[in-house]
Design a protein around this ligand. Structure first.
Ligand code: C2E
Ligand code: CA
Ligand code: CA
Length: 576
């Protein structure tokens, strides 16, 4: 930016035009630091008019305490004038005429004027840029929705806190929270409701923790809390309980009330591990252990969890592949009329044989599917296969009611009724051939939703059975209102019914109560003739169990339904 000034009037006019048009403030300063000229943009930036500045020292833009140091800088600049581009000095502030300071960046150039040098100072307003940078920094370190720290920021805090804890010989705890059934809120109330829930969770976390605790949203419905200095695990457990209490209060959304809850995994530095990655992994395992234990619980990491996790994730991987490649099967267990011995329905039950894991019972893989969301594609495959099969049996002249097990997650999906109707249309299945089973416990967990969903399904012509009845705590008044078609007595009560008086009393009571509500009863898990006799003498309508048949492939059921040798209830061993 050095130049020789040879002033012809043309060139002078050009130079003036350039100064006038420049968007940056430009000052011409002599070697005593005196301003010889200021362009119009300077006024916008500094608040001083160009004439006001002429003859003043450049240090007018600096606070008093920095002026003498600046004079030195000016001196040394003129001893060896060098040009300097923008962006060499950070955090430069310019003092305006009104006393406000403005962030600026400056570039320097110089010119010789005869035997003297003048400096050309370019001053750029950095207010916008700084705001932009701050915004970008905020966005890079915070979660936009809740305003909590994001994963990156959390890890920074985590590392720093760990170093301090290490130096001070202190204990630190990491809590990993995962909301229970958040997916259901999103699915049934929409994403706006989901967002509202996340914001509310953040608010409740802030209000139940102390200022020094770090709270972050890692993404989705996962949150972390860092307690940087804790006296003992007991203390940590108290904090976890407090957080859970505060989260479990019902949450009022625009579209209605939802109940919240979180599963919390806990791990401690330095006892469990001494690096952030391992601690995060351990907290995650503990969180899964808490989830498996039921909603709204917490678990502290134990080394056995590592083993359980690797098994689970192996199962998840293989199950995912099985769902994708349709390597699962549906078998059907006959439901039999207690008095006539004829088949009145079949229950569709999932079967999975894996090359490595062998035959995995649904009681083991369904929970994995539920906790990983795989239950949605899996459940949909069951719906489709069972509807298609029901239509096929009807088309063959042997119509039979097919009962399908629904998980709570499927049941709460807003699109379930529409999806079922679509399958009926696709395969030409009559709705009265489909019964949907939902466990008593799951229905009663949220009776209002159950009521609504049951009503819709009933309107479409489906029947509904309450599964595993007797294990939950249905209130009779709720039960009276629910549009269910059948109760299924849990096989736990049937198992001992001829040996255990309590079970006998309970089974009798369930049958009697169902009858007062006008509902027929199906007994599950009937293995012995004596159990069947008990059911018969107590007026139970139908049963299913190994006494008659295990769950069988569809082809075997076709043979049973259509074949001339339909088995009587007393010839059951034959199929067992
Ligand atoms: P559930 O709905 O209570 O199904 C009845 C269970 O009792 C089945 O176990 C059946 O094979 C078993 N069972 C039937 N008769 C007898 C008997 O006489 N003795 C004994 N000991 N057991 C008998 P399974 O097939 O292992 O299924 C277990 C659970 O897995 C089911 O319990 C159900 O909750 C779940 N499940 C199975 N298929 C599906 C499905 O397609 N979707 C969903 N969401 N859950 C399913
Ligand atoms: Ca069932
Ligand atoms: Ca059952």
């Amino acid at each position: 930016m050095g130049c020789e000034m040879q002033q012809t009037s043309n060139e002078e006019a050009l130079a003036m035009a350039a100064l006038d048009a420049a968007p940056d403030g430009i000052l011409i300063v002599d070697d005593t630091g005196t301003i010889l000229k200021a362009n119009p943009a300077t006024e916008l930036l500094t608040g001083y008019g160009p004439e006001e500045l002429t003859g003043q020292s450049v240090s007018v833009f600096l606070p008093q305490h920095m002026r003498s140091k600046h004079n030195h800088l000016v001196k040394s600049f003129f001893q060896h004038p060098v040009s300097r581009p923008m962006g060499m000095v950070s955090q430069l502030q310019l003092l305006r005429k009104d006393g406000q300071s403005v962030p600026v960046d400056i570039a320097l150039g110089h010119c010789s004027m005869g035997d003297r040098f003048v400096a050309v100072v370019y001053m750029r307003d950095m207010t916008e840029m700084k705001r932009l940078q701050e915004d970008m920094h905020y966005q890079a370190t915070h979660d936009g929705l809740t305003g909590l720290a994001n994963r990156w920021m959390f890890m920074q805090h985590f590392e720093q806190a760990m170093q301090r804890a290490r130096r001070g010989g202190r204990m630190m705890a990491l809590l990993l929270l995962d909301l229970d059934e958040f997916k259901d809120v999103n699915d049934s109330h929409g994403h706006a409701a989901g967002d509202q829930v996340l914001i509310e969770v953040a608010r409740r976390l802030r209000s139940s923790l102390r200022a020094g605790d770090v709270i972050a949203r890692l993404g989705g419905d996962e949150f972390t809390v860092l307690l940087p200095d804790v006296p003992s695990m007991d203390h940590v457990l108290q904090v976890a309980q407090k957080v859970q209490r505060s989260l479990s209060a019902r949450c009022q959304l625009k579209m209605g009330e939802v109940s919240l809850g979180a599963s919390i995994g806990i791990t401690a530095f330095p006892d469990d591990a001494q690096d952030s990655g391992t601690l995060m992994r351990f907290a995650d395992m503990a969180m899964y252990a808490a989830k498996a234990h039921g909603r709204g619980t917490h678990a502290v990491y134990r080394p056995e969890m590592s083993e359980a996790l690797s098994q689970r994730s192996q199962m998840h991987e293989r199950l995912k592949r099985a769902v994708e490649t349709q390597a699962l099967e549906l078998h059907y267990q006959p439901q039999v009329d207690v008095s006539t011995g004829s088949i009145v329905g079949v229950e569709a039950l999932l079967r999975w044989h894996d090359a490595e894991l062998g035959s995995v019972p649904p009681d083991r893989f369904i929970p994995v599917a539920v906790s990983t969301g795989l239950i949605h594609p899996l459940g949909d495959w069951v719906l489709e296969t069972a509807c298609r099969q029901a239509a096929e049996w009807a088309d063959n002249g042997t119509p039979v009611r097919v009962s399908i097990n629904l998980s709570a997650q499927q049941f709460r999906q807003a699109q379930l009724p529409t999806r079922l109707q679509q399958l009926l249309d696709q395969y030409g299945t009559r709705a009265e051939l489909i019964e949907l089973e939902i466990t008593e416990t799951e229905a009663m967990a949220d009776p209002d939703t159950a009521h609504q969903v049951f009503e819709r399904l009933r309107t479409l012509g489906f029947s509904i059975a309450l599964d595993d009845f007797g294990t939950g705590y249905s209130s009779l008044s709720y039960l009276r209102q629910l549009p269910v078609s059948r109760l299924k007595i849990d096989r736990e009560f049937i198992r001992q019914v001829t040996h255990n008086d309590n079970d006998a009393v309970l089974v009798r009571a369930v049958i009697a109560m169902a009858h007062t509500l006008g509902l027929p009863v199906v007994a599950e898990g009937v293995e012995e003739a004596a159990q069947l006799a008990f059911l018969r003498s107590n007026g139970c309508e139908s049963y299913q169990g190994w006494l008659f048949a295990k769950a069988l492939p569809a082809a075997d059921i076709s043979r049973m339904l259509g074949g001339p040798t339909r088995p009587s209830a007393l010839e059951q061993r034959y199929f067992a």
